[in-house]
Design a protein around this ligand. Structure first.
Ligand SMILES: [Zn+2]
Length: 243
């Protein structure tokens, strides 16, 4: 009985090791996704800044066009001004020219301001691009590292799975079947009973069952949590237990 128990305990150790490796490795894909998300956010910020610059460029081109149009208009009007015979018409047109020139001055000031802003925004993009490149370089190094760790964990799991098959072959078939059923729901699937208490659910097992486990050094099922249970004395290397 004790040998059966030991074989299953060994199998469970392999399973626990696989589970802990998987759990530890599980953090890597999440970290990689997080780094990719960070890069995406930085990229979007640059795209938004570029869109803003492109808008400003359009505004600037429009403003320049307006200024040119207004200047042409003023030129035409000035030509017409010299042809005016009536004083009333002359002064009316002269006033129009004056207004148009003032408007042009305002637009020219706007253009200067816009050009300045545009220069600033272009500089900002350049520095954001540089930051992004630095960040990307750092993150891609980190990603390579994480992918390496992930691959390493996967190959360790694969190795353990090979070992598992070997260990499983020496476990009693009935016990193995039961273990596999419980393992799908609970790991550890096999737990010790210490001083009458199941270590899986912390409930007391009936005293008669506990006595059977201690004397028979075999296994049974915990009535509370359905795990495979054994008396911890059965796996202890004491002369009394190994008899
Ligand atoms: Zn239990």
């Amino acid at each position: 009985m004790r040998e059966k128990l030991k074989a299953l305990a060994e199998l469970q150790n392999v399973d626990l090791e696989v589970a802990s490796l998987r759990k530890a490795a599980d953090v890597h894909p999440r970290q990689i996704a997080e780094l990719e998300r960070e890069l995406g956010v930085a990229r979007s910020a640059i795209e938004a800044e570029r869109a803003r610059v492109s808008d400003m460029e359009k505004q600037k081109a429009q403003l320049e066009q307006n200024i040119t149009d207004e200047k042409d208009k003023v030129k035409k009007w000035e030509t017409r001004l010299s042809e005016q015979r009536s004083t009333r018409e002359y002064s009316a047109l002269a006033r129009e020219i004056d207004i148009a020139k003032k408007a042009n001055l305002t637009m020219a000031e706007e253009l200067t301001e816009l050009t300045k802003q545009l220069g600033g925004a272009r500089e900002a993009i350049k520095s954001k691009e540089a930051d992004y490149a630095t960040k990307q370089q750092g993150l891609s190094g980190r990603m390579t590292e994480l992918r390496g760790k992930l691959g390493e964990a996967e190959s360790q799991v694969k190795g353990l799975e090979g070992r598992r098959a070997e260990v499983a072959s020496s476990v009693d078939a009935t016990l193995l079947r039961r273990y596999e059923v419980v393992r799908k729901k609970k790991l550890p699937a096999m737990v010790g009973v210490v001083a009458g208490t199941c270590q899986g659910c912390n409930m007391n097992v009936p005293p008669q069952l506990y006595n059977q486990l201690r004397t028979g050094l075999g296994t049974d099922i915990c009535p509370s949590c359905n795990r495979i249970i054994y008396a911890v004395e059965a796996l202890q290397e004491t002369p009394a237990a190994s008899k």
